[in-house]
Design a protein around this ligand. Structure first.
Ligand code: ADP
Length: 190
């Protein structure tokens, strides 16, 4: 299986690149952000709890997202592989993902990290907020909180994969197609 973790701060372009990668490699896209927004749209108890945190730019608890990912792995047993987008976002989530894959005799193939500076991120997210209406993109304070959560809790996940020699960094500024080609080069070496 080809299991790719697409990594990077909010607004780095993970969603955009995921769509292209799914087509190229026939992978299943697992975005915890999308899964959580699905729960919110359906008005589930989980969604109601998650929304309170997401609207403030705070990460939802590890066990919630780990449970969602575990269900999705089980529901896609014949898959060629997965793109993990927005997950793992903490070291505890990365450890849990390793265990889940291990129990299926699988592993992460590579982590691809999109590098984008904070000013560019804030600019992109405010623009996306206007277009998509996502509440957590509309408010500069919430955006800064998300970037802060990323730097504190999520950035250390890169070291977790560096220690396994699976970390690859890609410049996330440039044309969508150039960035996509750079990612494909990395994946083709897996
Ligand atoms: P972005 O990467 O642009 O911030 P996402 O759609 O991935 O957007 O996530 C939106 C929000 O959903 C996050 O700010 C967080 O509150 C919550 N969330 C998504 N994935 C996770 C995760 N793996 N762990 C904890 N919270 C998450």
């Amino acid at each position: 299986m080809l299991n790719i973790v697409l990594f990077g701060p909010p607004g780095a372009g993970k969603g955009t690149q995921s769509q292209k990668l799914i087509d190229q490699y026939q992978l299943i896209h697992l975005s915890t952000g999308d899964l959580l927004r699905g729960e919110i749209a359906q008005g589930t108890a989980l969604g109601l709890e998650a929304k309170k945190l997401m609207d403030h730019g705070i990460l939802v608890p590890d066990e919630v997202v780990i449970g969602m990912i575990s269900n999705k792995l089980d529901a896609n047993k014949g898959a060629k592989g997965f793109i993990f987008d927005g997950f793992p976002r903490t070291v505890a989530q990365a450890e849990a993902l390793d265990q889940l894959l291990n129990s299926k005799n699988e592993a992460i193939s590579s982590m691809v990290a999109l590098e984008v500076n904070d000013d560019e991120l804030e600019h992109r997210l405010l623009l996306r907020g206007k277009e998509s209406g996502r509440p957590d993109d509309a408010n500069p304070e919430v955006i800064r909180k998300r970037i802060h959560e990323y730097n504190n809790k999520t950035a250390p996940v890169a070291h977790f994969y560096q220690n396994q020699n699976k970390f690859k960094s890609i410049n996330g500024i440039g044309s969508v197609d150039d960035i996509f080609q750079a990612i494909c080069k990395v994946i083709d070496l897996c």
